[in-house]
Write a protein that binds this ligand. Structure first.
Ligand code: ZN
Ligand code: ZN
Length: 366
């Protein structure tokens, strides 16, 4: 399990309680997922035995936890622990702690079996998605959270530099993915969480699973990987060419790099999340590749690899200092080739703070 840093969890609980009060919500209930460690530094095991933090708008927060998990819990002085034995009903205990309230917000990754149980136990209560409130805090990173994100990004940059010096030709995607995983750990992550190595025509699939395809001269190779450091995620993508790239690849990559640069340049407080998507998409559209850019421009990042804010058409959320997200346009020609360029950035007081800084050119490898 992840060791979460010693953040000011008591303050986060205070802030979310203020939001509960402001919005007239009686209690916050969090089970598996990233909201729970955000407020407690404790991560629930995804088990049939319920773990649930109950934060009533008045009264102390209580973590309802299976007795056998209780020894792992560090309350950090911010919540009480209610361990339940094998013959007790943790749903009933949680419902009672929440009290008789009109409205409750529940973590969006809570298993339906528990949510259905709570709804049956509290027939007069309206249940809503806690993320609407918790994202308001989680989207705006504290300086210490940014420090972890920056360190994680720097570790992935070192992996990219090592990759650029490696021989790709003759190796399989799966072999290179294993090397990426090992380097992700060596350079400073607690866990390596994903490693996409997509070569030749496979690179046209953005979430390709590495295969036994042997890479060869003439391939473009998309490598998208990341891990967690103190619970905080990294996520970066670079595209490589094995041998000198064909003119079409050189042209398309120039478009891609210009699109990503336009996205980074557009970041500042007060602009909409969708405006970053518009900035990257415009460059790719103008070059005639619009139909081959098949996903949004980016996603927020923090305790989760994908979280709010999402940089997607229709999202009129205004960017604010402290928001962390990826900028990752791609161009994918089905059956032929693909390319993507991804960096994590922070919206700071005046513009953009770039966490990933490894060379953004199409890297030619052997
Ligand atoms: Zn990625
Ligand atoms: Zn990403």
């Amino acid at each position: 399990m992840t060791q979460f840093p010693d953040f000011d969890y008591a303050n986060r609980i205070r802030l979310v309680r203020a939001l509960l009060e402001e919005t007239g919500v009686g209690a916050l209930m969090l089970s598996v997922g990233a909201d729970l460690p955000y407020f407690t530094g404790y991560e629930a095991m995804p088990l049939e035995r319920l773990t649930m933090l109950v934060v009533p708008s008045e009264g102390n927060p209580v973590l309802v936890v299976p007795t056998l998990e209780a020894p792992r819990v560090d309350d950090r002085g911010v919540f009480e622990v209610r361990a339940w034995s094998e013959t007790e009903d943790p749903v009933a205990i949680s419902a009672e702690l929440a009290g008789n309230v009109d409205r409750i917000v529940v973590g969006e990754t809570t298993w339906s079996t528990f949510l259905l149980g709570l709804q049956a136990a509290m027939p007069g209560t309206r249940f809503e998605n806690a993320s609407v409130l918790t994202r308001e805090l989680r989207m705006r990173k504290e300086p210490d959270e940014i420090r972890y994100l920056r360190e994680a990004a720097e570790a992935t940059d070192r992996v990219v530099d090592r990759l650029a010096a490696m021989r790709f030709s003759g190796r399989t995607e799966a072999e290179l993915a294993a090397a990426v995983r090992a380097m992700t750990l060596e350079e400073g992550h607690d866990v390596a969480t994903f490693d996409i190595v997509a070569s030749g025509p496979n690179a046209a699939s953005p979430h390709h699973e590495p295969t036994d395809r042997t890479m060869q001269s003439g391939d473009t190779v998309v490598i998208d990987f990341g891990g967690r450091h103190g619970g905080y995620c990294s996520d970066t993508t670079r595209t490589f060419s094995i041998g000198e790239p064909a003119p079409e690849i050189v042209y398309a990559y120039d478009v891609l790099a210009a699109a990503q640069a336009a996205g980074r340049a557009a970041v500042r407080p007060g602009v909409t999340a969708e405006s970053i998507d518009i900035a990257t998409r415009q460059v790719i559209d103008d070059a005639g590749y619009g139909e081959f850019f098949i996903h949004r421009t980016g996603h927020g990042i923090g305790l989760e690899a994908h979280e709010h804010p999402y940089l997607v058409a229709g999202n009129d959320l205004l960017l604010e200092p402290g928001m962390a997200f990826s900028i990752e346009p791609g161009i994918y020609r089905p059956g032929e080739w693909g390319m993507r360029l991804e960096d994590i950035v922070i919206c700071d007081g005046s513009g953009v703070d770039e966490l990933n800084r490894s060379d953004r050119h199409l890297r030619v490898v052997e």
